[in-house]
Ligand binder design. Structure first.
Ligand SMILES: Nc1nc2c(ncn2[C@@H]2O[C@H](COP(=O)(O)OP(=O)(O)OP(=O)(O)O)[C@@H](O)[C@H]2O)c(=O)[nH]1
Ligand SMILES: [Mg+2]
Length: 321
């Protein structure tokens, strides 16, 4: 019985039926990588394709989790199931930041229609770059029509990951410094919507104006004819969250009607397939660079009987193309 629940196919069936425990186990398998992860991916991928992914990013403490919680609330009022994937840049799974996220998203922990998962960015095979898109595909495959991805916009990898969302929401706070930071982190280029959160604090109007000016100076902001709107919110009270929800819906409609949604998804597949391929080839290189066959070839190179390039050809040839 216990073994049966470990079987990926049984877990996928259970997760499709709404079993959040089974879904949690599928995601653990994905995070661990290897054959189990591959099996889960192969089972869930064909079922997916209908989820819409909203990425929420910004500096630490900008209010991303509070905002995510509020956005989940508006989606739930529309009756739609939502999955939240919170990417934590440094803490392990049991870390304080994650506990904090649970508290801030506490409104929804008892709601059967909401699934919340935190993922560490370090310490699993393949790294975040591979695990997060895989996790999103699993959530899509088991039937969540909305996936909200929260990441701290600190490093290139985090920016890359949130850039894989269909709609990217960049959260800043009142104060000129924050939008400058967002600019430096490369968040301006990937933003589809800007949120000035903590609008209850002084300076929100100035920050909005700064962002609009930055957008004026950057004609390429956003994608094909879309100028990112700037929405002011107070996530703690829910003020402005409906406007944010409307901006997300408008962006989604824009992507669908212009055909940009499928183009974006194809571009994303280009880089994902490239990453998977590179990962596989790295694994293969590691296995070719060990063992007695490798040592023989290396010794031949050391003795100048073989040059390094012919040696590489020989090693690759020994394994087939
Ligand atoms: N005054 C005010 N405080 C807010 C608002 N939104 C969030 N906060 C507070 O800001 C703090 C950080 O909020 P979080 O939602 O945890 O921010 P975060 O961006 O998810 O933080 P990390 O995930 O740690 O980067 C919390 O104490 C929130 O209560 C807001 O609109 N106004
Ligand atoms: Mg957070």
């Amino acid at each position: 019985m216990a073994d049966q629940t470990r079987d990926p196919a049984a877990l996928v069936d259970a997760a499709v039926g709404g079993d959040r425990g089974a879904l949690a186990r599928l995601l653990s398998a994905v995070e661990q990588g290897g054959d189990q992860a591959r099996a889960v991916g192969q089972l869930t991928y064909p079922r997916g394709g209908s989820a819409y992914v909203v990425g929420i990013t910004g500096a630490p403490g900008a209010g991303k989790s509070t905002l995510t919680n509020a956005v989940v609330g508006t989606l739930r009022r529309g009756g739609e199931r939502v999955a939240v994937l919170a990417i934590d840049p440094s803490s392990p799974f049991t870390g304080g930041a994650i506990l904090g996220d649970r508290v801030r998203m506490g409104d929804h922990t008892l709601d059967e229609g909401v699934f919340i998962r935190s993922m560490a960015t370090r310490g699993h095979l393949g790294g975040l770059a591979l695990a997060a898109p895989e996790a999103i595909r699993v959530l899509d495959g088991v039937g969540y029509p909305w996936i909200v991805l929260e990441t701290v916009g600190v490093g290139q990898v985090e920016v890359e990951v949130v850039g894989a969302a269909d709609t990217v929401v960049v959260v800043v706070n009142p104060g000129w410094g924050d939008s400058v930071q967002a600019n430096k982190a490369g968040l301006m280029e990937i933003a589809d919507i800007f949120v000035v959160n903590k609008a209850d604090r002084p300076g929100a109007a100035d920050t909005r104006r700064d962002l609009e000016q930055m957008l004026d100076l950057s004609p390429v902001a956003g994608s094909g004819g879309w100028r990112p709107p700037v929405v002011a919110t107070t996530a703690t009270t829910g003020e402005g969250v409906d406007a944010l929800r409307q901006a997300i819906t408008a962006h989604r409609e824009h992507l669908v009607t212009t055909g940009e949604l499928s183009q974006r998804r194809r571009r994303r597949l280009d880089s994902e397939l490239h990453r998977i391929l590179a990962e596989r080839l790295r694994e293969r290189a590691a296995s070719l660079a060990e063992g007695s066959r490798f040592e023989q070839v290396r010794d031949a190179v050391a003795d100048r009987r073989l040059d390094p390039w012919s040696a590489t050809d020989e090693l690759l040839g020994a394994e087939g193309p």
